[in-house]
Design a protein around this ligand. Structure first.
Ligand code: FES
Ligand SMILES: [Fe+2]
Length: 347
């Protein structure tokens, strides 16, 4: 594994889809996001279509995200140049002629399953590569979500989603239990994906699962985790009372949570973490959704704190020794190889 100290060299592939926002975040108020070192403004025109443009006016480089959405267009807040969804300038208030250079880049966007995906590369976008998360909009489930900026390299945040041995330590008061770090995993995958399954049997429930499931006895807990390129992790996790048959496939007495975490690189030392969790129990219970969201946010703040501490350590490291890999890194190393192959292909 390479040392992921903050580096000026891009370690992400560009010809891929990255989550830019949740669909619910976009409206007529412009939203500024940094994605793969690109300043982007996102908005919805009056037709409702999601638009993504470079957030930098060609005149004096003002951020368009400080401007107004007028119809389907966006107005620069400085001297009023008006840009269409395709990035072309359609009006310059102080003159009649529109010079050829009066435009900004427009990025391909696709909205699917509550996520707005952006393609930052120059190759033609392939909509077949958008990660499938159809369960997030399944009316038979209830879902909560959130987005968090983390001051760390995006690969570190991905590692963290794929190496759940940290749950026993970072999350000992929320979703972790001592047994997780000791339990074996079965790994599967190929050149495009990698995943693992882990069970912890006959163990006290984590604090969050106890809250969610109301368990009063020990539980069997499952984790089915899958990395899909370039930076999404799909997680099927749950607990059921010991003896209720979960390891044999009967989850009826337990709680199941289908989550995804998708990490979008912002800069070499910052990323956006979008999380979304759908559940099979207490469907439609708004009060429970509020409580679950608060517990999830508490958990992810625990991740943010350790990941940002790691990034600070890397940023001030004269020796720059390579990372030591442990057994718990078996999946993260394979995911990084998949990403490195994508980056290498683009070089
Ligand atoms: S900086 Fe945008 S119009 Fe002048
Ligand atoms: Fe975590």
């Amino acid at each position: 594994m390479t040392n992921v100290a903050a580096s000026a060299v891009a370690d992400y592939p560009l010809n891929q889809w990255y989550c830019a926002a949740f669909s619910t975040e976009l409206g007529q108020q412009p939203l500024a996001r940094t994605i793969c070192d690109r300043q982007i403004v996102l908005y919805r025109g009056e037709g409702g279509r999601a638009v993504a443009l470079t957030d930098r006016c060609p005149h004096r480089k003002a951020p368009l995200s400080g401007g107004r959405v007028l119809g389907d267009n966006i107005e620069c807040p400085f001297h009023g140049m008006l840009f269409a969804p395709d990035g072309s300038c359609v009006d310059i208030p102080c003159q009649r002629a529109i010079p050829p250079a009066a435009n900004v880049r427009s990025f391909p966007v696709v909205e699917r399953h509550g996520h707005v995906w952006l393609w930052p590369g120059s190759a033609p976008p392939d909509e077949g590569l958008v990660p499938d998360m159809h369960w997030l909009v399944d009316p038979a489930l209830s879902a909560v979500n959130g987005v968090m900026e983390i001051a760390c390299n995006y690969l570190a945040a991905l590692d963290n989603l794929l190496d759940d041995t940290h749950l026993s330590f970072v999350h000992r008061n929320t979703i972790g239990t001592p047994k997780i770090v000791k339990a074996d995993i079965d790994i599967e995958g190929d050149a495009d994906w990698v995943g693992f399954a882990r069970w912890t049997l006959d163990t006290p429930p984590s604090a969050m699962h106890a809250m969610a499931g109301g368990f009063t006895t020990n539980v069997d807990r499952w984790f089915n985790v899958r990395f899909t390129k370039p930076s999404t992790v799909l997680i099927d996790v749950g607990s059921a009372p010991v003896g209720s048959g979960a390891p044999q496939g009967n989850r009826a007495s337990g709680i199941s949570l289908f989550s995804n975490g998708t990490v979008t690189p912002s800069t070499p030392a910052t990323c956006l973490y979008f999380w979304h969790t759908a559940r099979t129990f207490k469907v439609g219970d708004a009060a429970f959704s509020t409580s679950l969201r608060a517990h999830m946010e508490e958990t992810f703040i625990e991740d943010k704190e350790i990941l940002e501490a790691v990034q600070r350590n890397r940023a001030c490291d004269a020796e720059k020794l390579p990372d030591l890999n442990l057994a718990g890194d078996a999946v993260t190393v394979r995911a990084r190889r998949i990403i490195a192959a994508l980056v290498e292909k683009e070089r």
